[in-house]
Design a protein around this ligand. Sequence first.
Ligand code: NAI
Ligand code: UGA
Length: 471
Amino acid sequence: MLKNPSPIAVKKICCIGAGYVGGPTMAMIAKQCPHIQVTVVDINQQRIDEWNSEELPIYEPGLHEIVSECRGKNLTFTTDVDETIRDADMVFISVNTPTKTFGVGAGRAANLEFVEKCARKIAEVSIGHKIVVEKSTLPVRTAEAVKTILSNSTTGASFDVLSNPEFLAEGTAVEDLISPDRVLIGGENETAINALVEVYANWVPRERLLTTNLWSSELSKLTANAFLAQRVSSINAISALCEATGADVDEVSTAIGTDSRIGPKFLKASVGFGGSCFQKDILNLVYLCEYFGLPEVAQYWEQVVTMNDHQKQRFVNRMVRTMFNTVSDKRIAIWGFAFKKDTNDIRESAAIYVCRDLLMEKAKLAIYDPQVKPEQMRAALESVMQDENGELNAMKRELLDNNVQYCDNGAAAADDAHAIAVLTEWDEFKDCDFEAIRDSMKQPAFVFDGRNLLKHADLCDKGFTYFGIGF
Ligand SMILES: NC(=O)C1=CN([C@@H]2O[C@H](COP(=O)(O)OP(=O)(O)OC[C@H]3O[C@@H](n4cnc5c(N)ncnc54)[C@H](O)[C@@H]3O)[C@@H](O)[C@H]2O)C=CC1
Ligand SMILES: O=C(O)[C@H]1O[C@H](OP(=O)(O)OP(=O)(O)OC[C@H]2O[C@@H](n3ccc(=O)[nH]c3=O)[C@H](O)[C@@H]2O)[C@H](O)[C@@H](O)[C@@H]1O
């Protein structure tokens, strides 16, 4: 906790990047701080148009209401990057930092191209003093590079750099932003730190505003994601042992989660974690460890990703094995494509890899997700089936064209199917008319529940052959 509140009162905020983080975080600041003008900029005109429309580019419970309340008052979405930066006291960088796909560190290091472009743009157009805030998840010591670029500005502008990583989870972004466990602010200059503390203090209790040095803040974000993903991989590893021994992973989770030193969260066994960040951030951590000459530490963390890949493969293998060692020409209903419920985000979703592997077994997929559009699913499947030159061979194109159907609801997907694979834990799947679904399916009617979402005993009573994860 800081002793001296800041004398600087932030009046205008610019956020570069109108994505899953920039959009919701800035909407929340606008809602909680009516005295601050918040402008979110992006180079993607379509995204900005969507933020200005009634159909927002991201689905997040409660977000639409907040955007509608603030848009046109103190919340603006625009592509006018230069003018907005010039006008602001504080500039957040909230652009994507994907895994590098080329050159040094390909497949591991973070691609910092977009962050660097932002820093150069800020240096180029700024006048006066600006506080630049790293909101994107970045490798530890990125602020050094940002400071160097900014210090080469020729406009006479001066800068402070802060790190303020975001901990929201998709699907619960609004709740997480209203009541965060903590807000982390790393920096060197106390006045700049205080300026950002005062923004959050409009709604976050001061004891939850943690301040650290820059490098601790940057590294804490990667560490938090690595620990969370590690818990999922740990319980998924145990789920394999449960299947082999007759133990039940949900019972094991409850038993260990009641130990207050372990705690109950993030112990839900699944078909594997997805999302744009866990894998990317762990691989980034692995790369950093190797870079700093710590190969054993790198190997330790890499295993979390290896285990996750194994879990997805294990799920498909179990399906194929159970269905008499062939799924060729069999219709399989895929229930859910998003990487978790209550989001339309499919980045790194386990469903992409499960669908790819089932297609390669020549299964016929009938996919349904309540929030994901068919064109999103098609693009993801096409991308994951391309070779390293970005090409699709004739066989794979034919599979994508002829063996994938996109459906309007779970029952339609299951109609005439040999099996249902539950890949996202959408609540609506729990309330289906399972008797009607069973009657519409081929017998035996298999259910492979990759989320342990459905009532196991109930489905067995209704005549399904049910398999969950970890029992
Ligand atoms: N998605 C999530 O739930 C979370 C993401 N993060 C981190 O936040 C960062 C952003 O993630 P997302 O919002 O998911 O990414 P995103 O891909 O949804 O959005 C990034 C936006 O930045 C824009 N952009 C890129 N370069 C630009 C430039 N030079 N000028 C203006 N706009 C530019 C892109 O057009 C895109 O709309 C990443 O570092 C991610 O690791 C952190 C916490 C949660
Ligand atoms: O940096 C980020 O992007 C964010 O990454 C995660 O958030 P998110 O990926 O949105 O969602 P999670 O709830 O963490 O779920 C990630 C994946 O793990 C899976 N999961 C989660 C928990 C669990 O017990 N079991 C499990 O399989 C989910 O289904 C999902 O596929 C972190 O929870 C956020 O704190 C962080 O800000």
